[in-house]
Design a protein around this ligand. Structure first.
Ligand SMILES: [Fe+2]
Ligand SMILES: [Fe+2]
Length: 167
């Protein structure tokens, strides 16, 4: 895989997100915990939004004929957004806060597994390397433009409307 291949870049970020969820437990002090969580929540939003901006539109053009994988992914992204936002309802470091973080971690893990099993292999199979690299360039530019989720609404998306707009 080339360094710019969007599939490689998505997989790298999946691993970074998983590592960050796991490392939260070892953070000492609520300020540090709050900061690390906010960075992770922002990263989850940038990741989902970047996929919605360039990855799923491409998948819809080359495959996912019944739109089921895309529909499922948008719903999963909304679950991840909702569970991430719910963390803010609790005081950092309390049992309720950790329960909310773990609910987000579970939503996220379920989704990353599905993408790695179904979505990324199909995209890889049906897209040539030049197009995957071009998408990777867009992926990196999106991350730069929206660092710390700047300019992203964080709002849920309607799956049907999203699919209609991108087919
Ligand atoms: Fe995703
Ligand atoms: Fe992903």
């Amino acid at each position: 895989m080339s360094d710019l291949d969007i599939v490689a870049l998505v997989l790298q970020e999946h691993q970074a997100i998983r590592r960050t969820f796991s490392s939260l437990e070892s953070i000492q002090g609520t300020d540090a915990l709050a900061k690390e969580w906010q960075e992770l929540a922002d990263r989850l939003e940038v990741h989902a939004s970047a996929e919605e901006s360039m990855l799923y539109p491409k998948l819809l053009r080359v495959g996912d004929d019944d739109h089921a994988d895309t529909d499922d992914a948008i719903r999963d992204h909304n679950d991840i957004r909702d569970t991430a936002h719910a963390v803010a309802d609790h005081e950092v470091g309390t049992d309720a806060w950790w329960d909310a973080v773990r609910a987000c971690q579970e939503s996220n893990e379920h989704h990353l597994d599905e993408e790695e099993r179904d979505v990324l292999p199909e995209l890889k199979e049906k897209t040539d390397q030049a197009a995957l690299d071009e998408l990777g360039v867009q992926w990196l530019a999106f991350h730069e433009e929206h660092e710390s989720a700047k300019g992203l609404s964080g709002e849920d998306k309607d799956p049907e409307a999203y699919i209609e707009q991108n087919t």
